[in-house]
Design a protein around this ligand. Structure first.
Ligand code: BES
Ligand code: ZN
Ligand code: ZN
Length: 488
C-alpha cells in the first residue's frame, strides 16, 4: 500500500511545483481567505459552473512555479463535504499528471466538518495498490492549510480519523491482493498480524480444528482446493462495555463457482469475494485501536471455492455446526454455506447484536447497482441505525425485506434445507432467508449483502480503482453509536 502524507498547517508557505486547490461553495463563499495566497498575480474568481473545477492559474507567481485549481462544491446530488473529498482526490490525480510535488488545499475559512472531508479525500484518495508494479509512482504529499479552524481537540479528532482510515486502507490492501497470493492461510495470518497489532486476541482454526468443531459448511466449500480453509476468531474486550457486538464476514479468497463454474468473465472480480471478511476485520481493528467501550467478537470463515477432483459434487449434503444439513444444489452459492457455520458460532457467543457482511448475491447488485449494499434485519430500529451510520459516512445501505414466506422455496426432501431457492427470483432475499436459519432466535441480527460495492472495480466517489473497503466506516460508526448507548 502507498499513501501520501497528509499534514496540517496554520499558514501557507508557497513552494515550487505546488498544486493549490481553492474550494468555493457557490460563486461567492470561499473556504479560504485571500491572505493565504499573497503572491498570486490575478484576482481569482470561482469557476462558473456548479460542481465545475478549472485551472485558475498555471505559471510563475513571483519566482515560484504554481498550479492553482479552483473547484465549486455545489455539485448536484452531492453534499459539499462529499464534493470536497472527491475534489482533493481529483487534485492528487491532476498533480501526478502535471508532475506537481505537493497538493495544498486552502481551507482556513472552512468548517471543521469540511476539513475532515478534505482529510479523508487525502488519505483515501491517495491510496494506491502498487506492490506489483516494477515502477511505482512517487507519493504526493497533501498539506491542508487550516488557519485557526482546527484547535487541539480538532487535531485529536483527525488523529482518530487517521486511525480509522488506515484500517479502511488495510481492508483495501486485502481486497486487492491477487488470489494466487492471498490463499486462505495467508489471509488468516495477515488478519492475525493486524489484529494483534490492534489489541485483538486472535485465534486461527485450521482444517483439523474446523473438523473437530463440526464446521461442515466451510470444509465442504474448501475441499476442492489444496490451500485449506481457515476460520479466524478475534476478540476485543475493553474494561467497560456497553454491550457485545459480534461481526461475521464472508472470506472467499477466490470464487470460481466450483463445479457450478462461473463463465470466465464472471470470474473476474471474484478475488474480491473475501471483502466481507476484510471489512468486518478492519472495522474490529479500528474499534480496538480507538478503544471504543464495546465488546467485539469477529468471526471470518475463509476458503477458496475451487474446482478439482476433490471439490464437492453438486447435490452433496453438508452438516453444518448447528447440526442442520444442507443439500448443495449449486456449488456457486458457497458463501452462505460458510456463513451458516460462522453464524451458528456467533450465536454461541451470546452477543447482544450480530452483524454479517458478505458479497453474497449477484441479485443484490441487480436490485441496487454497484454503489450500495442491501441490508436485511430482524430488528427495524437496529437496521435503521446501520443505514443511518452509512449515510453519515457516505456509504449507502438500503433495506430489503426479510420475507420469511420465501423459506418455502428452500425446502429439500433428503436434507433440512437446500442452498438455493427453487425460484430464480428475489435471490438476495432468499439468501438472507437461508442465513436466518442459523441465527439464534432473540438475538437481533443484520445481514449486509455488499456484493455491489464490495466487488466494484471502477472508482467510487473519492475512492480509486480496486477495493474500496466499503462498510468499514459505517460499521465503526454503528459500533460507536451502540457503545454510546444511543437509542437503537
Ligand atoms: N460471490 C458470488 C456473488 C456475487 C456475484 C458477488 C457477482 C458479486 C458480484 C456468490 O457466491 C454467488 O456466486 N452467488 C450466486 C448464487 C446463485 C447460484 C443462487 C449468484 O448470485 O449468482
Ligand atoms: Zn459463488
Ligand atoms: Zn461467492
Amino acid at each position: 500500500m502507498s499513501v501520501s502524507r497528509c499534514g496540517l498547517s496554520a499558514a501557507y508557505r508557497m513552494r515550487n511545483d505546488d498544486l493549490v486547490l481553492l474550494p468555493w461553495i457557490g460563486p461567492r463563499r470561499r473556504l479560504f481567505s485571500s491572505s493565504v495566497l499573497p503572491k498570486l498575480p490575478a484576482r481569482l474568481t470561482a469557476p462558473q459552473k456548479a460542481g465545475g473545477d478549472r485551472c485558475l492559474f498555471a505559471g510563475l507567481a513571483g519566482d515560484l512555479r504554481l498550479h492553482v485549481q479552483g473547484v465549486r462544491l455545489d455539485a448536484e446530488h452531492l453534499l459539499p463535504a462529499a464534493a470536497l473529498s472527491r475534489a482533493v482526490a481529483g487534485s492528487l490525480e491532476l498533480a501526478a499528471k502535471q508532475s506537481a510535488e505537493r497538493v495544498v488545499v486552502c481551507l482556513d475559512a472552512a468548517t471543521p466538518k469540511l476539513v475532515k472531508a478534505a482529510f479523508e479525500g487525502a488519505v483515501l484518495g491517495s491510496y494506491r495498490f502498487d506492490r506489483y508494479l516494477r515502477k511505482r509512482k512517487k507519493r504526493i504529499p497533501v498539506l491542508l492549510v487550516v488557519g485557526k479552524t482546527v484547535d487541539a481537540a480538532g487535531r485529536a479528532a483527525l488523529r482518530d480519523r487517521k486511525v480509522l482510515l488506515t484500517c479502511v486502507n488495510f481492508a483495501r490492501d486485502m481486497q486487492n491482493e491477487p488470489p494466487n497470493v492471498l490463499k486462505p492461510s495467508v489471509l488468516a495470518e495477515r488478519f492475525r498480524k493486524a489484529g494483534e497489532a490492534s489489541g485483538l486476541r486472535v485465534e486461527v482454526w485450521d482444517e483439523r480444528r474446523l473438523a473437530r468443531e463440526r464446521c461442515g459448511g466451510i470444509l465442504g466449500v474448501g475441499m476442492g482446493c489444496r490451500a485449506r480453509p481457515r476460520m479466524v476468531i478475534a476478540r476485543y474486550r475493553p474494561r467497560t462495555v456497553a454491550g457485545h457486538l459480534c461481526l461475521v464476514g464472508k472470506g472467499v479468497t477466490f470464487d470460481s463457482g466450483g463445479y457450478g463454474l462461473k463463465p470466465a468473465t464472471s470470474q473476474v472480480g471474484m478475488k474480491y469475494d473475501m471483502s466481507g471478511a476484510a471489512v468486518v476485520f478492519a472495522a474490529a481493528c479500528a474499534i480496538a485501536k480507538l478503544k471504543l467501550p464495546i465488546q467485539i467478537t469477529v468471526i471470518t470463515p475463509i476458503a477458496e471455492n475451487s474446482v478439482s477432483g476433490e471439490a464437492m459434487p453438486t447435490t452433496s449434503i453438508l452438516k453444518t455446526r448447528s447440526g442442520r444439513t444442507v443439500e448443495v444444489e449449486h456449488t456457486d452459492a458457497e458463501g452462505r454455506l460458510m456463513l451458516a457455520d460462522a453464524l451458528a458460532l456467533a450465536g454461541e457467543q451470546k452477543a447482544d447484536w450480530i452483524v454479517d457482511a458478505a458479497t453474497l448475491t449477484g441479485a443484490a447488485v441487480v436490485a441496487l447497482g454497484e454503489d450500495m449494499a442491501a441490508v436485511f434485519g430482524t430488528d427495524r430500529a437496529l437496521t435503521r441505525s446501520l443505514v443511518d451510520a452509512g449515510m453519515d459516512e457516505d456509504e449507502m445501505f438500503w433495506e430489503l425485506p426479510l420475507h420469511m414466506p420465501y423459506r418455502d422455496l428452500l425446502k429439500a426432501t433428503i436434507a433440512d434445507t437446500r442452498n438455493v431457492a427453487t425460484s430464480k427470483w428475489g435471490g438476495a432475499i432468499t439468501a438472507a432467508v437461508f442465513l436466518r436459519q442459523w441465527v439464534e432466535d432473540g438475538t437481533p441480527w443484520i445481514h449486509c449483502d455488499i456484493a455491489g460495492p464490495g466487488v466494484k472495480e471502477e472508482p467510487l466517489g473519492h475512492l480509486g480503482k480496486g477495493g474500496k473497503g466499503f462498510g468499514v466506516k459505517a460499521l465503526v460508526e454503528f459500533a460507536r453509536k451502540l457503545s454510546a448507548g444511543e437509542k437503537v
